[in-house]
Design a protein. Structure first.
Lengths: 261, 396
């Protein structure tokens, strides 16, 4: 069984704030980490490999330093990693990102299953997985809470559909995105870390990817465009009501106005 | 196309400024050469706020599709067992507002089995046309048949904008279909506006939530977005004037490689992380019996009850209900804190809530530094008085 797990390196902190005076973004720390949601996708992959054997390749699109995150996946249990890194991928929206990943997956070759995290902590869209599946022409299941069965031809998964859990049998190859807390992720192994060569992760630039259409990558390949960014309004207003008889009335008014009552 | 670095303006000083401005550490400077790396998110702050002329943005003339061929603001109506998900009705309300700007009709695509009642109900919310794909194959949500029907609707009807609820189902089908028709897709919009030229202005929290990004799809149609439940309001029902159109379902449409084995209703479970409204209590509550007061308020607001760490330690609450660094992180639409001073540890678990209302006796409590509305007073007076007022007015 050949499994591909998609991962992303995300900022270590989500505290990016806009300075209300200058309108400039304030950065809080430069550390980066593996997207926490991806840990559940990785763990699901590792367990399938332990049960059915096979090989796990992790893939990511990102800046050169994202190689660190891919190496971390190898320390945890992946066999190797692939990083797609090229200036041509910058400014990619969901569609351009999933297109680049598609060409990367095709470069890896034959696979049985692709596993993604539910979403990332920086983009939060939860959309790259399903878009990637469509680009590859395979079916997908989002929000998978458990993989119940797998053989060479089919996989049975249970998905979270908000009000119900649905168990479904899907034909391989397909793509699944794993719900948070679906399993307990393992930590990177020191033993593996010492045994891993940096060559376990290969870096492909746009040139290395066969049949890559540059027009569909990065900013060029993104139908959506960011027109502007601005600080949220809600953070600004702070009102203090001091003691007085009408405190409950004021609270009532606020709750009514905001439609909570 | 993209960002152009003007070498003649780059020196140690301007490079330093640019590096400082970039929130994504995408700009590097080495051996007198400035570079922009792949972590660039095209926020263009370096263009707007950087040393003038150092980096400019060059627009490339992209072919623009004929937008007049795409008419209508469409909503994907999610249903289960013929019951419309309330988020779809909220989106119908928003679609009506958006459609007014351009004079477009409000359309709904409804996919499922035995949908007659649901389709009629949608008309009562002011939909002009409901396109119905009704077939037994759609009784459970299976991605391929649903996506095929959705795509069929887009290809035949050519709606300009498509709004989808950001439910589990919506977040699965919207990207699938958007990828298939090569449409731009923006997730979890919190505000939507319409331009006269039919461009949908999509606003969403970005990069972790402390920044809003305004996103458009200027060159292609359709334009797709998803919106979470309870962001917009459902319109009031009125007399139906629109029409229901039955769309043909063929063999190819319902073909798929996934079979549903079973569905199980989800048990109700406590997870304050997902709660939209929270009433949180702290040490200002004097006895365990007094928790009834907070419970009553929580019931009134359909809120989940949560607490600070000391209340877990003294055994009043299960650890699942604790907010903070050592507990859960929550981001509800509303959190009311009662008798909570607001330690850094507690704040870390709830600071990103949309609306924070704090009730505390001590004016100097740190919670008042970040609460949107602070009530300096006794919770034992304020809460009962509030509950009484609600009871009188709503008779609950």
């Amino acid at each position: 069984m050949k499994i591909i797990v998609c991962v992303k390196q995300v900022p270590g902190t989500s505290n990016v704030e806009v300075d209300p005076v200058t309108g400039v973004l304030k950065r809080d720390g430069l550390c980066a980490k593996l997207n926490p949601y991806d840990l559940f996708a990785l763990e699901t992959g590792f367990r399938l490999k332990e049960k059915s054997g096979g090989e796990i390749t992790t893939i990511s699109m990102g800046p050169p330093q994202a190689k660190e995150s891919l190496l971390e996946t190898v320390y945890m249990g992946a066999d190797n990693g692939v990083l797609l890194s090229d200036r041509a991928f910058a400014g990619a929206d969901v569609q351009a990102t999933s297109y680049a990943l598609k060409t990367g997956v095709e470069k890896i070759g034959k696979y049985d299953l692709i596993i993604c995290g539910k979403q990332t902590t920086d983009g939060d869209t939860a959309q790259v997985g399903p878009e990637l599946a469509e680009q590859l022409g395979i079916e997908h299941a989002a929000n998978v809470i458990s993989v119940d069965e797998i053989d060479g031809e089919y996989i049975t998964v249970t998905v979270n559909l908000d009000s119900v859990y649905q168990t479904q049998k899907m034909k391989l190859p397909c793509l699944i995105t794993i719900e948070k807390d679906a399993c307990t992720p393992r930590l990177p192994s020191f033993k593996r870390k010492f045994a891993t060569s940096p060559d376990a992760v290969v870096v492909y630039t746009a040139k290395d990817l066969d049949n890559l259409d540059a027009e569909r990558c990065g900013l060029k390949g993104s139908p959506t465009q960011v027109e502007r960014i601005f600080p949220p309004e809600a953070g600004g207003d702070r009102v203090i009501f001091n003691s007085g008889d009408e405190l409950s009335d004021k609270l009532f008014d606020i709750l009514s106005e905001k439609k909570f009552l | 196309m993209g960002l152009i670095i003007h070498k003649e303006k780059i020196n140690e000083e301007t490079a330093g400024k640019l590096i400082d401005i970039c929130p994504f550490s995408a700009i590097g400077y080495k051996d007198g050469e400035l570079s922009i790396g792949q972590s660039c998110k095209m926020c263009k702050l370096c263009v707007k706020k950087g040393p003038e002329g150092a980096i400019t943005f060059e627009e490339e003339e992209k072919p623009v599709c004929d937008k007049s061929l795409w008419q209508g603001v469409a909503v994907f109506a999610e249903q289960r067992g013929g019951k419309i998900h309330p988020v779809s009705l909220e989106l119908v309300g928003k679609a009506r507002e958006l459609a007014k700007v351009t004079g477009h009709p409000v359309l709904v695509v409804l996919i499922g089995y035995k949908l007659e009642t649901a389709a009629k109900e949608l008309l009562e919310y002011g939909v002009d046309k409901v396109y119905v794909y009704d077939d037994e194959a759609f009784s459970d949500f299976v991605i391929s048949p649903y996506a095929n029907a959705f795509t069929d609707f887009i290809e035949k009807i050519k709606p300009s904008s498509i709004l989808v609820g950001a439910t589990s189902l919506g977040r699965s089908i919207a990207p699938k279909v958007a990828a298939r028709v090569h449409a731009g897709l923006t997730a979890d919009c919190t505000m939507l506006e319409m331009k006269k030229n039919t461009d949908l202005v999509q606003i969403r929290p970005a990069f972790g939530g402390n920044i809003m990004a305004q996103i458009i799809t200027p060159n292609t149609r359709p334009q797709f977005c998803t919106v979470r439940y309870k962001i917009f309001s459902a319109p009031k029902k009125s007399e139906a004037t629109g029409e229901i159109i039955d769309m043909p379902v063929d063999e190819n449409m319902i073909k798929g490689y996934t079979t549903v084995l079973k569905t199980v209703n989800k048990p109700e479970e406590i997870d304050i992380s997902d709660a939209e409204i929270i009433v949180a209590v702290g040490r200002g509550i004097r006895t365990k019996d007094d928790l009834a007061l907070a419970e009553q308020l929580a019931d009134t607001l359909h809120a989940q009850l949560a607490c600070t760490r000391p209340l877990v330690e003294n055994g009043w609450f299960d650890a699942k209900r604790q907010i903070g660094l050592s507990g859960r992180t929550v981001k509800p639409k509303l959190i009311i804190t009662l008798g909570i001073s607001g330690s850094v540890q507690f704040a870390a678990g709830m600071r990103n809530s949309d609306l924070i209302i704090a009730v505390n006796k001590d004016r100097k409590a740190p919670i008042f530094e970040f609460a949107n509305y602070g009530f300096v007073g006794d919770l034992y007076e304020i809460v009962p008085a509030l509950l009484k007022k609600v009871e009188e007015l709503y008779n609950v």
